[in-house]
Unconditional design. Structure first.
Length: 117
């Protein structure tokens, strides 16, 4: 698991690493995924480091989860998305690679959505 010091998302938030930002508010940043699994693939990341969604909920309460989902909706709207998939991987066996809580927004398929597992 990453700590704040070696977390790639914390470095993006701090401006130490580049990203293609698509939305930002006081508590969240959203940017294009560098290894997209869909034609449109954004990551919505809380600025406060928390390694996993379940830990974020335990440490910050469900209000923080609501704010994060609100940032997801605002990111989609700001980028003209009306149809999209939202995914959260919690833990390595579920596919979580970066251990900083984040939400995937996937969209851009023509016709029926694809399986992105």
């Amino acid at each position: 698991m990453s700590s704040v010091n070696d977390c790639i998302f914390c470095k993006i938030i701090a401006g130490e690493l580049p990203s293609e930002k698509v939305y930002e508010d006081n508590d969240h940043i959203a940017f294009k995924d560098i290894m997209p699994k869909a034609p449109v693939h954004y990551l919505v990341v809380p600025k406060a480091h928390s390694p996993r969604l379940d830990e974020m909920a335990k440490d910050n309460g469900t209000e923080a989860l609501g704010h994060m989902l609100n940032a997801v909706v605002k990111t989609a709207a700001a980028n003209g998305l009306s149809d999209y998939r939202v995914a959260v991987n919690v833990g390595p066996k579920a596919g979580q690679v970066v251990f900083h809580t984040h939400v995937h927004i996937l969209s851009g398929w023509s016709g029926m959505a694809r399986d992105v597992r």
